[in-house]
Design a protein around this ligand. Structure first.
Ligand code: NAD
Ligand code: G6P
Ligand code: MN
Length: 452
């Protein structure tokens, strides 16, 4: 069936803190990406219903011609849907808190998508993502799923293994966040930049940053050596990324480049290359999950309450690169614009000396048939070595999930660069098994292969 605008779009994780920003971004682009219906789908009816109040308000500020449907029923959510945006957080912030705090109790990086926390989140998310793909296949109109759900690297590998033909495009807003800062430093618009980049998701490097055909990486390197990847006036930075912890993260680009000045690292490299500093600087009792719950989540839900009580909508959310990027990608997919974006794709030679079956993050032209990756060529041994270690950790984690293998889960944790020893890996894994009861597949061979 061919897709005819105006489209039906379903947002999975309708109750997400990011939903209002994405919908606002859709509303300002309605002429380019015409919609007749937006559907919100979530497992948590109450949370989604609250968020839908803001969504309804945002839509009605722009149009009466887009219907809003709010549902927990997959048939209602996906029947005849043309596009699907996915942003599920399996286990919600409560489980994110465990992902971050359990490793920190053992002086290991506690992070949502990196290290043991990311591996734990991966073990929770693969199965629900596969279920989503199957719902979309069953009910929708041959729809593309544009997926933000984390941990994106592991989710992408899980999909590659289990549903290799599914029309899923996995994306991350970190590179565009970095590009927004680069543009601010250079005094240009983000859209003026053309970058070269290679890596895995949350694990990569910008190798060239062109403006009007000139590589500005040397100029950025000089700036970063003084200020990190921040403008002197940080007020030009996006609200989400101007929280103190994000400011620290962008400042850490400086020490990372003091060590390795060749390329500009993805900010997430701090967790792998500065892991001991990160642990020393973390508060095991109060992590990013607590900041987000007391910040972005609280602001949104308080605003919804005020709106219901007074009819006045306080400033409740922010659009930013996150909302803009997913709509950019959708438009390029829908109308074969062949715009160049950094996305997660199966390598197949894009990075010449990385295995074909790696899910990598590289520039690609986004066409109506999907992403056409751009060839990166050979990468230097240091980066290749780092990537291969991370790749093996992520692939073993996916195998552990599919096979229900405790042994492979332990190998995945041990191989992760944030984890100092097999003892740390085992202690953290065992605590995480308890904390993730009901979310993780049963890691059967724990009992057969491993003696306590
Ligand atoms: P959130 O907890 O506010 O929202 C997530 C929603 O997903 C919740 O309402 C939850 O009930 C719902 N959910 C959980 N499991 C589900 C399932 N199986 N089916 C449908 N809905 C389900 O979280 P958030 O902070 O707004 O983030 C949402 C997601 O987007 C997370 O996975 C986050 O990591 C991801 N994210 C990714 C990027 C990226 O760069 N790829 C950027 C930002 C956020
Ligand atoms: C960046 C990353 C996302 C991640 C988010 C976390 O945007 O690209 O993958 O989910 O940061 O932000 P938060 O504010 O929830 O810590
Ligand atoms: Mn990301």
């Amino acid at each position: 069936m061919s897709k005819q605008a105006p489209f039906i779009l379903t947002i999975v994780g309708g109750g997400s803190t990011y939903t209002p920003g994405i919908v606002k971004s859709l509303m300002v682009r309605l002429e380019e990406f015409p919609l007749k219906e937006i559907r919100l789908y979530d497992l948590d009816a109450e949370r989604q219903l609250a968020v839908s109040k803001v969504v309804e308000y945002v839509i009605r500020q722009h149009t009466n011609d887009v219907k809003l449907t709010v549902t927990t029923d997959p048939a209602e959510a996906f029947t005849a849907a043309d596009y699907v945006f996915a942003q599920m957080r399996v286990g919600k912030y409560k489980m994110r808190e465990h992902d971050e705090k359990i490793p920190l109790r053992h002086q290991v990086v506690g992070q949502e998508t990196c290290g043991p926390g990311g591996l734990a989140y991966g073990l929770r998310t693969i199965e629900p993502m596969i279920q989503l793909i199957d719902f979309v296949e069953q009910y929708a109109n041959d729809a593309w799923i544009i997926n933000y759900s984390n941990p994106a690297a592991i989710v992408a590998e899980g999909i590659r293994r289990l549903r290799p033909d599914a029309k899923v495009l996995n994306i991350c807003d970190m590179p565009v966040g970095v590009m927004r800062n680069m543009a601010a430093v250079l005094g240009v618009e983000r859209e003026d930049l053309t970058v070269n980049y290679f890596g895995l998701n949350h694990f990569g490097w910008f190798t060239e940053v062109f403006v009007d055909g000139e590589d500005k990486l040397p100029e950025l390197r000089e700036h970063i050596a003084k200020f990190g990847l921040l403008t002197e006036d940080i007020s030009v930075i996006d609200v989400q990324h101007s929280d103190p912890s994000w400011v620290k993260t962008y400042k850490n680009i400086k020490p990372l480049m003091d060590y390795f000045p060749e390329y500009i690292p993805n900010p997430y490299m701090q967790y792998y290359l500065m892991s001991t500093d990160i642990v020393d600087d973390s508060n095991p009792e109060h992590t990013r999950a607590n900041e987000v719950m007391a910040g972005r989540e609280k602001t949104l839900f308080e605003a919804i309450r005020t709106f219901e009580e007074t009819g006045e909508m306080p400033e409740a959310f922010h659009v930013g690169v996150h909302g803009i990027f997913i709509v950019d990608v959708a438009i390029s997919l829908a109308f074969d614009r062949r715009e160049r974006h950094l996305v997660i794709v199966e390598n197949n030679g894009a990075i010449a000396n990385i295995p074909d079956d790696a899910m990598v993050e590289v520039p690609a032209y986004i066409t109506s048939h999907g992403p056409e990756p751009i060839r990166v060529g050979h990468i230097p041994l240091f980066y290749k070595g780092l990537m291969e270690q991370q790749l093996a950790s992520e692939k073993l984690l996916v195998e552990a999930t599919i096979e229900g293998s405790y042994e492979k889960a332990l190998q995945a944790f041990t191989l992760n660069k944030t984890v100092p020893s097999a003892r740390h890996a085992k202690t953290i894994l065992d605590e995480m098994i308890e904390a993730n009861a009901g979310f993780w597949p049963d890691l059967q061979s724990r009992h057969t292969l491993v003696r306590n």
